[in-house]
Design a protein around this ligand. Structure first.
Ligand code: DO4
Ligand code: MG
Length: 295
């Protein structure tokens, strides 16, 4: 069972999408209103929907036909780093200028008890499915980072899974690790969506397939695949460090790190289209534009 939001006659509508793809508009403002309603009855959101939907009428159009919005207005998006071997290799390449035998702080964080967590985005900087992402004007080496996103509540419970793109500037990050916030956060540098898969409808979050494809002038120029089975850490471990001595809010999204990195010679260009798919959640598609083309 998945949750989406879309625009209808200028208003945001929240809906449930069944395994068969039927879309059921719901009366709730967002996922957390549904979760709270279900919890008052002592059941999960998924159980509430299983009970309610058979007595309701589906919308008649598919999720893909809707003008989709971010599935949750996440007040904050956080991200974990160097949680996959592929990310560790790519970071070492950036930090050492290609000397792959040198040991770096990325190796240390990969093996350390404490994970790397950083503040990635706010609601105003985050775009939804079909939205336009921006390229930084002062970077010549930019890539998408396809990541599994955890949608958590204020108590740190994982309520659902979504897809996130942690857009990154490899040159800025590689120049100095203290530049990480600039390498990660700028106008429209994060996207999430297209749906939130309710956590208790996912049998094994460590068995999700991830695919990333980048198209330029209609031609596929990058394709990579991976599995969340390659994740070095447990999802609860990442959440427990995020919530330690920290206040977080319902609908916070925690991106869990990238497992797909395009070839080192690749950089995003104006007009590229990025598709990120995760099994059971859907495909998040965004175009990128330069800052001038956004204005
Ligand atoms: O250390 C830099 C960030 C790493 C990251 O974003 C990732 O591994 O996904
Ligand atoms: Mg990342």
């Amino acid at each position: 069972m998945r949750i989406i939001r879309y625009l209808e006659q200028g208003k945001a509508v929240m809906a449930a999408v069944t395994e068969e793809g039927s879309v059921y508009p719901l009366e709730f403002r967002d996922l957390f209103e549904l979760v709270q309603t279900a919890e008052k009855e002592g059941i999960t959101a998924a159980a509430w929907l299983e009970r309610e939907l058979p007595g309701r009428t589906a919308s008649g159009s598919s999720m893909e036909e809707q003008e989709l919005l971010v599935p949750i207005t996440a007040p904050e998006v956080w991200a974990a780093g160097v949680t996959y071997e592929r990310s560790r290799q790519a970071r070492n390449y950036e930090a050492t200028g290609g000397k792959l035998d040198a040991s770096t702080f990325y190796d240390k964080v990969y093996d350390a008890e404490r994970p790397e967590l950083f503040f990635k985005s706010t609601a105003a900087r985050t775009v939804g499915p079909g939205g336009t992402l921006c390229l930084r004007s002062d970077s010549a080496w930019q890539i998408p980072e396809p990541e599994l996103g955890l949608v958590i509540d204020r108590a740190g419970r994982i309520i659902g899974y979504t897809i996130g793109n942690d857009m990154s500037c490899r040159d800025i990050e590689g120049e100095n690790p203290l530049y990480l916030p600039q390498a990660k956060m700028w106008r429209r540098s994060c996207s999430i969506g297209p749906a939130i898969r309710l956590a208790d409808t996912v049998a094994d979050p460590y068995a999700l397939d991830i695919v990333c494809r980048i198209y330029r002038h209609g031609q596929k120029v990058v394709e990579g695949t991976a599995s969340t089975g390659q994740l070095k850490r447990r999802l609860e471990e990442l959440v427990s460090f995020l919530t330690r001595d920290n206040d977080i809010f319902d609908g916070t999204v925690l991106l869990t790190g990238t497992c797909i990195v395009p070839p080192n010679e690749f950089t995003l260009q104006d007009g590229d289209r990025i598709e990120i798919g995760i099994s059971g959640i859907g495909t998040l598609t965004n175009e990128v534009k330069t800052q001038e083309r956004m204005n």
